[in-house]
Design a protein around this ligand. Structure first.
Ligand code: HEM
Ligand SMILES: *[C@@H]1O[C@H](CO)[C@@H](O)[C@H](O)[C@H]1NC(C)=O
Ligand SMILES: *[C@@H]1O[C@H](CO)[C@@H](O)[C@H](O)[C@H]1NC(C)=O
Ligand SMILES: *[C@@H]1O[C@H](CO)[C@@H](O)[C@H](O)[C@H]1NC(C)=O
Ligand SMILES: CC(=O)N[C@H]1CO[C@H](CO)[C@@H](O)[C@@H]1O
Length: 581
């Protein structure tokens, strides 16, 4: 009789002991063993403050760009830190290290788990594919993003820019539309006769999704005209469910196989995906049918079938005289549709949004840009004319420098690798280090629009843009004239900047660099300039008299919201006034 409780006591003690041993073992493994065996343990960085979370909470609280800038001040160009469960991360804004990482895509691909989560939604398109698949897709798509292909799309940019203009005019003129102009009603001081508080993020987003629909796959979302669209809604639902990370959602994102559990989140993703696939397949079938009718004798790779990007993909899918390494599968063609919807919409619309915001904060600069735009006689000038406007160019560069739409990205070492440094660092043991050994699986953080890259898998785009060493004491100010200053080739500052930032465009990392730079950067620049050109000639954009506090909220893309109006979601309300002719 009395034996039983004693057995239970022993059992309880045994269980408690086992749990303690397990936790000690886990702690030992995560923090001591991994530290001892870490090949880059000699690199300095912040001490993790939490057993489980490492330094992740600071990153989330301060925002990745801010937190990395703070550490950059403390630890220099190259450092390391720890995130969830003590996983080590590497960061470097050293330009030599950055170009090495971005130039060796096979050694530093996107982290496999992140790719899988993205591929579950987008399919294996050019944004997600790696290695040989990526090179093949990129080669097939490159011609549709060339300067001459982009020139062919300029009429689409103008058509949608003018539709956007008409939409804004109707929002200003029709008081009944005030409720849809912005997510929150105008405060009394923001009600100004002849003007309207308008959430420019929302309406620019309508214009850019319309543009990418037509230029990308010959599909008019008509977002500027009709309130609802099945494809757009399914796509949005899929992403908001994908990014809605409940505990179960995080488990599903991290544990292989767990995403087969039919939670509400997964069911939303599956249902939305079924819709995007159905519509995508229909678009592809319609196009194929038209091609079969036009080219009854069989399609050859030189045949002209339309300039939208999907047509070029379909040609690479159908043409009989293509080698296997020039072909795309049906699934890959389908995946490019969702890829364009993701990569081509939010980035361009937020870029324009942040530029308008800076122009609203600097009315004298806005006037200067407007005068330049008004000096052109033509309402729809050629892209050569628009590109040749010097102040327009400086404003767009400066906007993309200061507020990069995709501020950071991540890479992961797929094998043990040695990363060279341009600027040697002081190791924790006091010795100088001029190259860093990363073990397989290390995540690297790369700050994009800016100068910082983090080698635990994240690439810090935003840090480069803000560095005072690169851009001078006014690095954090919106000053388009800096580009006039450094445009002369004889200016030593120009060479200095070019040496510091291994980006594909404008000495910025905004479109990243290396072999996986943004394929759409010419497209994006032309689109941004055309829309800005039309808007500057039609409206003034002012900060609201109530001066709301804008916050940056980053989930892949950095978008604005208003402090105190978080529940209203992402927004950028400005006071928009038509220019009386
Ligand atoms: C201002 C606007 C834009 C910005 C700031 C931007 C930025 C970027 C960045 C930083 C990357 C690299 C992502 C990474 O590897 O982690 C990227 C890749 C990409 N972008 Fe853009 N982008 C913009 C507009 C566009 C547009 C308009 C399109 C399509 C029409 C586009 C299509 C792509 C694609 C397909 C990739 C993947 C390229 C590859 O991995 O080979 N982007 N973009
Ligand atoms: C992270 O790093 C900072 C140094 O910037 C340090 O003070 C802090 O204790 C570390 N831990 C966490 C959880 O942030
Ligand atoms: C396009 O971007 C805008 C602005 O960020 C966003 O409001 C809209 O939902 C996006 N559309 C789709 C279909 O993703
Ligand atoms: C996120 O998930 C929770 C729990 O399933 C749900 O209540 C909430 O509505 C979701 N939010 C969004 C934006 O999907
Ligand atoms: C625009 C922006 O994000 N600026 C920040 C850049 O980083 C510094 C710290 O190094 C902050 O003070 C700025 O607010």
């Amino acid at each position: 009789m009395s034996m039983l409780p004693i057995d239970l006591e022993w059992l309880a003690l045994g269980v408690a002991g086992a749990v303690a041993v397990l936790f000690t073992g886990l702690w030992f493994y995560l923090w001591l063993y991994r530290e001892w065996t870490l090949p880059f343990r000699n690199v300095d960085g912040p001490k993790p403050s939490h057993f489980l979370w490492g330094n992740i909470s600071e990153i989330i609280k301060a925002g990745p760009d801010m937190q990395h800038s703070v550490w950059r001040k403390e630890f220099g160009l190259t450092y390391r830190y720890r995130v969830l469960f003590g996983s080590p991360r590497f960061y470097s804004a050293d330009p030599v290290a950055l170009s090495y990482i971005l130039g060796h895509t096979d050694k530093f691909p996107k982290p496999p788990q992140m790719r899988k989560n993205m591929a579950d939604m987008l399919g294996n398109g050019v944004l997600i594919a790696e290695g040989h698949d990526h090179r093949r897709q990129r080669k097939i798509l490159n011609p549709s993003f060339s300067a001459s292909a982009v020139r062919d799309m300029i009429p689409v940019f103008y058509d949608k820019a003018f539709e956007l203009r008409d939409k804004l005019v109707s929002l200003i003129e029709d008081d009944n539309l005030a409720a849809i102009a912005a997510p929150t009603p105008a405060k009394p001081e923001d009600v100004v006769p002849g003007a309207r508080k308008i959430d420019v993020l929302k309406f620019l987003g309508m214009a850019t999704i319309d543009v990418i629909g037509i230029a990308g796959f010959n599909y008019d979302f008509r977002a500027l005209h009709q309130p609802r669209n099945e494809l757009a809604e399914a796509f949005r639902d899929m992403f908001s469910a994908g990014q809605n990370l409940t505990v179960m959602g995080i488990i599903q994102a991290l544990v292989p196989g767990a995403d087969l559990i039919p939670t509400k989140r997964m069911r939303t993703i599956w249902a939305s995906q079924a819709t995007t696939r159905r519509i995508g397949k229909r678009l592809i079938e319609e196009k194929k049918k038209a091609i079969r009718q036009q080219h009854a004798g069989g399609l050859e790779k030189g045949d002209d079938i339309g300039t939208d990007m999907l047509s070029l993909c379909i040609r690479a899918n159908m043409a009989a005289d293509l080698k296997p390494d020039q072909k795309l599968t049906d699934e890959e063609v389908l995946a490019q549709i969702t890829t364009f919807m993701l990569a081509g919409n939010e980035t361009s619309s937020t870029a324009l949004t942040w530029i308008l915001w800076q122009l609203a904060l600097h009315p004298e600069l806005q006037d200067r840009l407007r005068e330049e735009c008004q000096s052109v006689d033509d309402e729809r000038p050629s892209i050569e004319t628009v590109s040749a406007l010097p102040y327009m160019d400086a404003v767009v560069r400066e906007g993309l420098r200061l507020l990069p739409p995709a501020p950071s990205t991540v890479r992961e070492a797929s094998e043990d690798a040695v990363v060279p440094l341009g600027t040697p660092i002081n190791g924790r043991d006091g010795k100088m280090i001029d190259s860093i050994r990363l073990n397989k699986g290390t995540t690297i953080f790369v700050l994009g629009g800016c100068e910082d890259a983090i080698p635990d898998g994240t690439v810090a785009i935003m840090a480069v843009n803000h560095s005072t060493e690169i851009w001078g004491a006014d690095a954090l100010e919106f000053n388009p004239d800096r580009f006039a200053r450094i445009s002369s080739d004889s200016d030593p500052e120009k060479a200095h900047i070019a040496n510091q930032v291994p980006g594909v465009w404008g000495n910025l990392l905004t479109f990243l660099g290396g072999t996986r730079n943004c394929i759409g950067y010419r497209f994006a620049l032309a689109e941004i300039k055309v829309i800005l050109f039309v808007l500057m000639r039609s409206f003034t954009f002012e900060n609201l008299p109530s001066k709301p506090e804008i916050e940056k909220k980053t989930a892949i893309v950095m978008r604005p919201r208003i402090k105190g109006e978080e529940a209203a979601g992402l927004q950028m309300p400005l006071l928009v006034k038509p220019i009386s002719a």
